[in-house]
Write a protein that binds this ligand. Structure first.
Ligand code: BGC
Length: 539
């Protein structure tokens, strides 16, 4: 049956393939490993999977540097392995979303090799090339997300600089060029042909740059606030208003969308960050003509305390219009795991993991949960000699990079490498603290984080009010975050105690739903929640 809106309110399980499950003993996860574990994911009760890049790549940025958009990297398997994965996922009722990295390629992509070879080849304008200033220095002040130097790297062949937003090995594609747009859409049709149901489109705020190459303005002092911004990385000192997010990106997104509309029931999930990311999300998404929904960075650095959650949601409410739909996420392969962002460090980690789950999955929007959240995994402090992420290697110890949230999933506590691989070594270490939280340990424990996730997702699955219903804040005068989710079919009041002592709210009516409430007592007209307790009240 056709359902063009399947993504709306969906829970999407993000798989970082290197670290999910290794089927061939080389210490790195792969596509067959994902296929082997699809029953586990389906049993969790999610609607879809999103797989981070598995395309051919020199792996400088672990797959976000693509050297062939239409092939699988041998580390991860083959095209046939992918076909098998999609077929099995679909037979289990899971949709499949894959990453598409269209703002840059690897420097080993044949397009870049050709483009770099001369100033007059067929692809000479497929990347962003610029002459040096008369003194030989780069054309402007743009700084990359990853790396201490300029966003411009010199090419002796062309006697010009090329632009890269991320690593030197990730040259930015010139998406002003219509041929380049055609080429990326060809790769999109290739994957639709394989049966994928949607794309998570990477780094869309970096799609287009100012063609006059104007300098980025300095960031006002005291404004180092957003998730990827820290004063330890020099790019934080400038606002990336000219190196990215040009207004014409909207036409580009509309062009991509009208292409996608030729296929049934597919969706585009835009990763939208950048300056004033919320406004940009609203601008880039439109259920009918732009991205179906946009991926928010806003909870990714939050400890999910009342102040930050409320201010984020209120800010969204201001910019959102009825054609916009958000995708929330409290963790991914780029940020410290949510399990390590607890505000009240002395409180139970399990209580916080479950509070984070229930809160995130109750917000209005779709939700991307990151592999391992269902086990309550915390970030790992990876030693310098074990670091893999170039960002960590560059800025250690001030910025330790993203390896801490990318360590392999522990499947079996007492097996070699926690059952992740039969090989001797793993690409990143698995700490003992993670072994204790292995899937096999949690499977049989009714009160485990894993089983709470299963119960919660099973309960949420058929509640349209929780998935796509309206959202209204309920005022409280303490640390309890409260709101209702409601539509024609039902109304649920949702309460979460973000504080470190028990607190109460008064209630006039309603039934507490025990299967999804925790550390909560409803008596007479009062609901009492212990720290990190939560309750759902059916009205
Ligand atoms: C991805 C990162 C990646 C970057 C460059 C991001 O948005 O999530 O992992 O390094 O894009 O492609």
């Amino acid at each position: 049956m056709s359902d063009g809106n399947w993504w709306k309110g969906a829970v999407i399980y993000q798989i970082y393939p290197r670290s999910f499950f290794d089927s061939n003993g080389d210490g790195i996860g792969d596509l067959c490993g994902i296929t082997d574990k699809l029953e586990y994911i389906s049993f969790l009760g999610v609607d879809a999977i999103w797989i981070s890049p598995f395309f051919k790549s020199p792996m400088k940025d672990f797959g976000y540097d693509v050297s062939d958009y239409c092939d699988v990297d041998p580390i991860f398997g083959t095209i046939d392995d992918f076909k098998g994965l999609v077929q099995k996922a679909h037979s289990l009722g899971l949709k499949v979303i894959i990453d598409q990295v269209w703002s840059h390629t690897s420097d080993e992509h044949p397009w870049f090799i050709e483009s770099a070879s001369s100033t007059n080849n067929e692809k000479s304008d497929w990347y962003v090339w610029a002459d040096p200033k008369p003194d030989g220095t780069p054309p402007n002040n743009w700084l990359p997300y990853f790396g201490g130097g300029s966003s411009w790297t010199w090419s002796s062949e062309r006697k010009q600089y090329y632009f890269h937003q991320f690593l030197i090995e990730q040259p930015t594609l010139n998406l002003w060029n219509q041929e380049v747009r055609g080429a990326i859409l060809n790769s999109a049709s290739f994957w639709f042909g394989m049966g994928v149901d949607g794309f998570r489109v990477d780094a869309t705020h970096t799609f287009l740059y100012d063609r006059d190459l104007k300098d980025n303005p300095p960031r006002p002092k005291g404004d180092l606030v957003s998730v990827d911004i820290s004063s330890d990385n020099p790019q934080s000192y400038q606002m990336r208003l000219n190196s990215g997010q040009q207004p014409e990106s909207i036409q580009l997104i509309e062009e991509i969308r009208s292409f996608v509309n030729r296929y049934d029931d597919r969706c585009l999930l835009g990763e939208v960050g950048g300056e004033d990311g919320m406004q940009l999300m609203a601008d880039y998404s439109d259920v009918n003509t732009r991205f179906h929904f946009s991926y928010s960075f806003d909870l990714l650095a939050s400890s999910l305390d009342k102040k930050s959650v409320e201010s984020i949601i209120r800010a969204f409410e201001k910019v959102q219009d009825e054609d916009d739909w958000w995708c929330w996420s409290s963790g991914n392969h780029d940020v410290t795991r949510v399990g390590s962002r607890q505000q009240h460090k002395d409180l139970s980690k399990k209580d916080f993991a479950l509070y984070a789950m229930a809160l995130g999955l109750s917000l209005r929007g779709s939700f991307c949960m990151y592999q391992g959240e269902e086990l309550g995994l915390e970030d790992v402090d990876v030693a310098y000699e074990d670091l893999q992420d170039p960002l960590g290697k560059m800025f250690y110890p001030k910025i330790k990079g993203r390896d801490g949230c990318r360590t392999p999933i522990p499947w079996v506590k007492d097996s070699l490498n926690a059952g992740f691989t039969t090989g001797e070594n793993t690409w990143l270490p698995i700490p003992d603290s993670h072994r204790k939280k292995s899937v096999d340990q949690q499977e049989n424990d009714k009160s485990s984080v894993l089983n709470h996730y299963r119960r919660f997702l099973a309960w949420r699955k058929n509640k349209s009010a929780m998935k796509v219903g309206d959202f209204t804040f309920i005022e409280t005068n303490n640390h309890i975050i409260a709101f209702s989710r409601h539509d024609d079919e039902g109304c649920f009041e949702c309460y979460f105690n973000s504080g470190n002592v028990s607190e109460s709210v008064s209630l006039d009516s309603g039934r507490i739903i025990d299967e999804v409430s925790r550390k909560a007592v409803l008596s007479e007209n009062s609901l009492k929640l212990d720290p990190y307790g939560y309750a759902f009240i059916e009205k």
